[in-house]
Write a protein that binds this ligand. Sequence first.
Ligand code: DOR
Length: 343
Amino acid sequence: MSSPKSLLIRQARLILPNGELMIGDVLTQGGQIVEVSSEIAATTPTQEIDAQGLTLLPGVIDPQVHFREPGLEHKEDLFTASCACAKGGVTSFLEMPNTRPLTTSQLALDDKLQRAANKCLVNYGFFIGATADNLTELLSARPTPGIKIFMGSMHGQLLIDQEDLLERIFAQGSRLIAVHAEDQERINQRRQEFAGIHDPAVHSQIQDHQAALNATQLALKLSKKYQRRLHILHMSTAQEAELLREDKPSWVTAEVTPQHLLLNTSAYQTIGTLAQMNPPLRSPHDNEVLWQALRDGVIDFIATDHAPHTLEEKGQTYPNTPSGMPGVETALPLMLTAAMDGK
Ligand code: DOR
C-alpha cells in the first residue's frame, strides 16, 4: 500500500482553538492534519505550499446560496458556481429551490443532485421548497438539509405568506425549516405607497425593518408552538437580533450575510441596483448590532446568500431590477480578513 500523500503548508497565519493567532506550519497526511507547529521539518515525499502572509482556515460551509441551474444558466451554472466556491475557500454549500423548475419535488431534487454529481467541484446539498400543496413531498423528499419557506420576497408558487399554510408545515414532520422572513402583506402595501420612485434606495424603505421583524416574530411563534427546528436565514435588522437575544429557543438558529454586516444603505449611492437584495441593506446601526450578535453567538454563523444576476438585468430601472448580490463566494476571504481585523 502506498503511503498517504503529505502536504506541508508553511508559515501560515493560524487561528488556534483558543482564538490566539500563531504563524506556523501545518502537516497533513491523506487529507488529515497530523501536526501543527512553528516549524516542521520536511519528510519525504511532501508537497509544500509557502503560505507566508496568508491566513489558513478550515473549509468554509456556506449554508445559503442561490445558484442558477437548472433553468437560469445565463447567470451561472453548477460548475461555475462551484468554481467560485473553491476560489473563495467554500468546500460545501447548501442551495435554495428558486431555480427553474422550482425544487419542490423529489424529481426536481434528484435532477439537481445528478447535475451536481457531474459538475460540482465541492460538496453540496439542496433544500426542498415549500408550496401551498407539496406537504407530502416536504415530508418525504431526501436527501435534503431541510425545507425552505419564502414568507415574503418571492412570487408564484414558492411564496407562503398565509399563517394557516405556514402552520400546516410547522405542525407536521420534524426536519429543519429555513425561512426567508419578510412580511409580504406589508411589502405589498408599502410598494403602493412608494410607487413611481425609481431610486433603488427606496427598496430598503419598502421592505423595511418592520416587514422583517413581523415575519421573524411569526416564524418564532410557530417554531415555539411545535418545538420545530427553525433556521432564520439572512437576518438583517437590529430588532430581530435583539428579539433573539431576549428569547432564543435551543432549537432555533440564525445567520447573517457579509453584505448585511459590511454594507448599508449608503451603498445605493455608489453601486445603485447592485446593492439591491432581499432582505434589503439596512443602517450602520444595524451593521453594529448584527456584528455584536454574531460575536455573542446570538447569530450562529455567516452565510453568503450569493445570488447572481446579469449586469444587463441589474442595469434596468428600479423596480424592474432583480434583487440579489453576486460574487459573495469569491469575496469571502476579504470578509473574513475584515472580521479578523475587528471591522
Ligand atoms: O436578494 C435575493 N435574491 N434574495 C433572495 O432571497 C433570492 C435571491 C435570488 O435568488 O435572486
